[in-house]
Design a protein. Structure first.
Length: 325
């Protein structure tokens, strides 16, 4: 809300007020008379309250003039209204909740760090519909895409490792998220997949799920949490086949197929940085239209001027009539 005047040039007339006051004071000083007496013991001095009070008539006239000038300047309150037409993005967070996500090498643990960063990401996307898929050996939809971010935040904060056989079914998680988003037509659709392991379970191959997502126009952003450490550990202890695809390579290929992007994160700060970049990459389209609405309130000033002028006239011809005659 802003305060302004529709006809501000009228305010220049307020300069008449101090000039009139100066003239009135000067005039009254010149009209004052005095005489000398030898003693005032026999002189009865009448109360002069009414005589001095006649100046209030001039004060009322000046107040009326000032209020009238302000009314002519048309004081207004302006209200800015914005109508936002936004085309949100449908985002499916796909989170690994296998047993390894409880590892405390990321404080407080991998799963809690991922939950905290995901919750912060949700709060910064008010115009988007966001859902949640959880996966370990199997996968299920914890929340369909929704604009009720408060409810979604509660679901995210309540996530824990799943009570099922341990495993990392990346293909199942990706397939479940893709299957959910395929019913949504005409909007930008995105999957953000977070895992700390390599695909070792499930009946859906990750690259086949990626091909399906690509066919449906769904972009997949993959985040590997400490996957480099896992790959190095496996290569040190096991002889891996020549056609072996480690977790990082798999996630990178999924993102390449779908037109998304692959990220590695080694701690909570890394996760936060990744989500910030995704936030910049996936911008919601918004059409903002602004409207200025005005509300005049010159009438109170005009009414006040009229009342002050009426009071001056009444006092002039009643209470102060004998003084001024």
């Amino acid at each position: 809300m802003q305060f302004e005047f529709a006809n501000p040039y009228f305010l220049w007339l307020l300069g008449i007020i101090p000039v009139s006051i100066s003239w009135y004071v000067w005039k009254n000083r010149r009209q004052q008379a005095s005489f000398r007496v030898s003693t005032i013991s026999r002189l009865h001095v009448r109360a002069i309250t009414r005589v001095e009070g006649r100046h209030s008539l001039f004060a009322l006239r000046m107040i009326a003039c000032a209020a009238l000038i302000i009314a002519c300047a048309r004081p207004q309150k302006s209200f800015l209204e914005e109508i936002i037409n936004s085309e949100g993005i449908d985002i499916m967070l796909t989170l690994d909740v296998s047993g390894s996500m409880m590892s405390a090498d990321v404080k407080p643990n991998r799963l809690e760090a991922a939950k905290q960063v995901a919750d912060s990401f949700i709060s910064k996307r008010p115009n988007d519909r966001i859902g949640l898929v959880l996966f370990a050996e199997e996968a299920f939809t914890a929340s369909p895409v929704t604009i009720d971010h408060a409810a979604l935040s509660q679901i995210v904060n309540g996530v824990h490792t799943m009570e099922m056989a341990d495993g990392t079914a990346i293909g199942m998680g990706l397939g479940t998220a893709t299957n959910h988003l395929k019913e949504i037509i005409g909007k930008s659709r995105v999957i953000i997949l977070i895992t700390d392991g390599e695909n070792n379970a499930g009946t859906v191959l990750p690259l086949e799920a990626a091909q399906l997502a690509h066919a449906l126009g769904i972009r997949v952003y993959t985040i590997g949490l400490l996957l480099d450490n896992l790959s190095n550990s496996l290569s040190e202890h096991f002889k891996l086949p020549s056609n072996y695809i480690n977790g990082s390579q798999l996630l990178q290929r999924i993102s390449e197929i779908t037109g998304g992007k692959f990220f590695l994160a080694n701690d909570k700060k890394g996760l936060e940085s990744v989500f910030r970049e995704i936030d910049l990459l996936e911008k919601t389209k918004a059409d903002v239209r602004s409207y200025q609405r005005y509300s005049d309130f010159f009438f109170p000033f005009a009414l006040f001027a009229s009342l002050a002028l009426l009071l001056e006239i009444l006092l002039r011809f009643t209470y102060f009539k004998s003084v001024l005659s």
